[in-house]
Ligand binder design. Sequence first.
Ligand SMILES: [Zn+2]
Length: 98
Amino acid sequence: MVVKNGGKCRSVDDMGKLRCKCGYVMSDVSSPNVFQNWMVSDFQLENLPDELDSGDIMDNSTEVWKCCECGRLTFIEDNFVVNVYKLEEVWEDGVQRK
Ligand SMILES: [Zn+2]
């Protein structure tokens, strides 16, 4: 357990791994990988240069890991978990699957 700002939160370990609340272990060792996503807010979008590279996107976005097992979204800041969202619904072709 890692302590940050007086509170307890999990972090991405030195091996680039993060254990989801469901137990599945995600890793960013390979690049690209299926877990990491980069979410750009409307304000962050305004800061992006006209010609992009991957560093521009990573510097102006929020890192979000998606678990392949349960679909939880884990928001990361400076390698620390700040929020975890659990999947509530799954829709495919207009039909609710979950
Ligand atoms: Zn999971």
